[in-house]
Design a binder for this molecule. Structure first.
Ligand code: GN1
Ligand code: MG
Length: 365
């Protein structure tokens, strides 16, 4: 992106501030995100984001989901007299024509929202209290949305965390073998396939109506929480995939990053271990907000959901590698292979720790 293009896009949102500087922001694998600094200390900074419409096929529908969710939370915060609501929930901003996105000449969709003032994102939790408050934040998010009518939301990406669908895509990637990479990955393919049958329960329970459909975030990575300067939680961001789902997707996906001692693409597998003390703290924080509304089946499967989400993420990364890297942004050739091996290693670590994790959940209830 060049300076003129960024300034032109920003101007279409009819804000009164002037752009001082801008730079790429965050570590997303899908969208292009820019932090827009404005002239003056007392005025907001912004995030300008190009939504990837190859992946988000209905961007207006997605943005409408985000507006429904953020307005719902904002109303609650205001009723509770919470100070600084713009730091506690994302605020998307309308363009000059009243729509909450603009399109450029190439047909790309761009959105603008406030940058959460004086906030930090982290890639790693550094102490158990922070894990506790992160669990608390996700539990609270689910609680805040528990009375929003889910039928108003679209499925932004249909079958996003549907294990049966993801497994089918994985099998298709193997049989197409587009990038001719199956043989180097054969061992991992076999081991992931062996686990498939045991990984389809969540979808089965959803299909049978045993698990309630709620409004969930669906991308609860630790770097999607914003903290204030003292480490307190402000807000959950990246609402692109907010849609109907099960709380198990969010719980499991949070543990995927929060309790892993290494990054999701760590090359040195020896660095990967499970942070049980953070898990214990996260579960306590999460259940203190959510146990009032969780069903028995949900509570019984929190630990299983951690293995499910990591298995799913592993087959998604591997499918993309086998397909020739067409979905996730990669920083270097072989990035999706490293992500696959790293996530698969973490899956095995989760399997080894399953019983202790179950004990933590039982004791936290
Ligand atoms: C993608 O772009 P980002 O980092 O917000 C992906 C998630 C994956 C994640 C892996 C729409 O999220 O599902 O878990 O990468 N989002 C989409 O880090 O596919
Ligand atoms: Mg995301």
């Amino acid at each position: 992106m060049n300076d003129q293009a960024i300034k032109y896009l920003f101007s279409r949102f009819a804000r009164s501030e002037q752009v001082l500087e801008w730079k790429p922001f965050g570590h997303g694998h899908i969208n292009d995100t820019y932090l827009i600094g404005t002239v003056g200390d007392q005025v907001p900074d912004y995030i300008l984001q190009r939504k990837n419409h190859q992946i988000f096929k209905d961007v207006p529908g997605m943005v409408n989901n985000i507006l429904l969710v953020t307005n719902h939370i904002r109303t609650k915060l205001e009723k509770a007299g919470e100070p600084e609501p713009d730091r506690k929930v994302m605020k998307y901003l309308p363009a000059g024509d009243g729509q909450y996105f603009v399109r450029d000449e190439e047909g790309n969709f761009w959105t603008l929202f406030f940058y959460i003032r004086d906030s930090n994102g982290i890639e790693e939790v550094s102490y158990p209290e922070q894990a506790f408050s992160s669990g608390n934040a996700f539990g609270k998010f689910q609680l805040q949305l528990s009375d929003l009518d889910g039928t108003k939301l679209i499925d932004t990406i249909p079958n996003f965390h549907n294990g049966k669908f993801r497994y089918q895509q994985f099998k298709e990637a193997i049989s197409a073998n587009k990038a001719n990479r199956c043989s180097e990955m054969q061992q991992v393919i076999d081991e992931l396939t062996e686990r498939a049958e045991s990984m389809l329960n969540i979808q089965q329970w959803l299909d049978e109506g045993k698990l309630p459909l709620r409004i969930t975030h669906n991308d609860t990575k630790i770097n999607n929480i914003r903290y204030d300067q003292d480490g307190h939680i402000l807000c959950i961001i990246d609402l692109d995939t907010v849609m109907p789902g099960t709380v198990l997707f969010d719980f499991g996906d949070a543990i995927r990053t929060l309790c892993n001692s290494a990054a999701e693409d760590e090359q040195n597998l020896e660095k990967i271990s499970f942070k049980m003390d953070y898990f214990d703290a996260f579960v306590r924080g999460y259940l203190s907000e959510s146990k009032s509304f969780l069903t028995t089946l949900e509570k019984q499967n929190l630990v299983y959901s951690c293995r499910y989400m990591v298995w799913e993420q592993t087959i998604r990364f591997l499918s993309d590698y086998l397909n020739g890297d067409t979905y996730y942004k990669i920083a270097y050739p072989g990035h999706n292979k490293d992500r696959t091996l790293s996530q698969f290693c973490y899956l095995k670590v989760l399997e080894e720790n399953a019983e202790k994790m179950e004990t933590c959940v039982r004791e936290a209830q």
